[in-house]
Design a protein around this ligand. Structure first.
Ligand SMILES: Cc1cc2nc3c(=O)[nH]c(=O)nc-3n(C[C@H](O)[C@H](O)[C@H](O)COP(=O)(O)OP(=O)(O)OC[C@H]3O[C@@H](n4cnc5c(N)ncnc54)[C@H](O)[C@@H]3O)c2cc1C
Length: 390
């Protein structure tokens, strides 16, 4: 829906400048719309700026509804890796390194073999490597590893740079960014039946921003919108922590050539082109607390040292904590908000928001601009939130 443009009005108002908000702004401009992105803190100041940036659908769930969207989002990521740097000059570090899922027990070997057959049934080929082949490929992997599954289609990137680049590309297409905290929706007095019509948003300082459509994509803060909508948005924050390992100095050992994880541990080492290796990710529910803890760092490093001899010699170059937006049933809410005309929700991507960011953003942009998402997102319909609470 188009409305007349003024400094306080836009085709589409996007609340939240994380990966989903900024990519949606980009895809909307490609469809000729001029959205405004309203951000309460800084662009990519939430998990979108501090994620591990691993494009995998497998890190914690096997949800078939999400797995079905994985090939499309990988294709969109590959496209964005070509188009965004050419437009904005920002390299977001997209690269497909080999990834090894290792087993250190016989039970783990069986679990990986099952994982391999499930992937094969979805058309995703992963090669089984015996222990000696793993050690030939990556001599820094410990002798504890009995075998591994090799995957070559789970790239990594820098999610802060991707989010910034998406916003910049959107701005080049006519989008705007605005600082401020949204505290409510505006509705004209007229109602069409029981459906409420949106006409924009209200900010904490009293500013009103008009728009014919509003996208709520506030990450773990999305639950705040429940009172604006008079409709449940059961999304809560889960803290995650990452430790960064700098490459070894001369003589300390070989470079980490692949990403690696052990099926028996909750710890992954993700190789990045533009930053140090990431070890992640510890998880707990502590409200909106974003502090780092020494206990999470120690647990991650103990698990990582079981996989890689490099961990003992590597220098710890950093540690971060950020919040995953977790929905009541573990699946994101993407689509129209029931009972509202022109309000859309895209929230609750938990540990997969970077991976599923492009397909989510493209689907929402299609719904807003043309009334069609272009992907099968029926299973993500926010209508199911009506029956749940967290
Ligand atoms: C440790 C860790 C590692 C991760 N690693 C990966 C990974 O490897 N791969 C992967 O796919 N995913 C990963 N994730 C998950 C991923 O980071 C998130 O799913 C994704 O960033 C969520 O993006 P978002 O845009 O929904 O939310 P966010 O990035 O949280 O952005 C929401 C934005 O909305 C703003 N906002 C909130 N309320 C308001 C308001 N009222 N008004 C205006 N603005 C508002 C916030 O300030 C924030 O900037 C990881 C997460 C964590 C914690």
């Amino acid at each position: 829906m188009k409305v007349a443009m003024s400094p306080r009005s836009s085709d589409v108002v996007i609340v939240g400048g994380g990966i989903i908000g900024c990519l949606t702004a980009y895809y909307l401009t490609k469809r000729g719309l001029k959205p405004v992105v309203i951000e309460a803190d800084g662009i990519a100041s939430g998990a979108s700026g501090t994620s591990a940036g691993w494009l995998t659908p497998y890190s914690s769930t096997d949800d078939p509804a999400m797995l079905a969207l994985s090939p499309a989002t990988l294709r969109l990521h590959a496209e964005l890796a070509e188009t965004l740097p050419a437009l904005t000059g920002i390299d977001h570090g997209y690269e497909a390194f080999p990834y090894l899922r290792c087993a250190v027990t016989e039970g783990g070997v069986r679990e990986l073999r099952d994982f391999q057959s499930r992937r094969a049934s979805e058309g995703v080929a992963m090669e089984w490597m015996a222990g000696e082949d793993v050690h030939t490929l990556s001599p820094w992997i410990t002798a504890e590893v009995l075998g591994a599954l090799r995957s070559d289609n789970e790239p990594t990137l820098d999610s802060y740079r991707l989010t910034m680049s998406a916003l910049q590309a959107a701005e080049m297409g006519g989008a705007r960014m605005m600082s401020g905290k949204v505290v409510g929706l505006m509705t004209p007095s007229s109602r069409s039946g029981e459906t409420r019509v949106v006409s924009g948003v209200r900010l904490e300082d009293g500013t009103q921003v008009h728009g014919g459509s509003v996208l709520l994509t506030m990450g773990p803060w999305s639950g705040e919108a429940a009172s604006w909508l008079d409709y449940p948005v059961p999304v809560r924050p889960q803290r995650g922590q990452l430790v960064y390992l700098a490459p070894p100095g001369d003589g300390d050992g070989p470079e980490l050539a692949t990403g690696v994880t052990a099926i028996e541990h909750n710890c992954s080492m993700v190789r990045k082109r533009l930053s140090d290796t990431v070890v992640g990710a510890a998880s707990d529910f502590v409200g909106f607390d974003r502090s780092i803890t020494s206990s999470a760092r120690d647990e991650l490093l103990i698990d990582a040292a079981r996989l890689s001899k490099r961990v003992e010699t590597a220098h710890i170059s950093g540690q971060t904590a950020c919040l995953r937006p977790v929905s009541a049933d573990g699946r994101p809410y993407v689509g129209r908000v029931p009972g509202w005309d022109g309000v859309f929700l895209a929230a609750g991507h938990a540990g997969h928001g970077i991976h599923y960011g492009p397909v989510t953003a493209s689907a929402i942009a299609g719904l807003i601009a043309d009334g069609r998402s272009g992907y099968d997102i029926a299973a993500l319909d926010p209508a199911r939130a009506g029956a749940t609470t967290v």
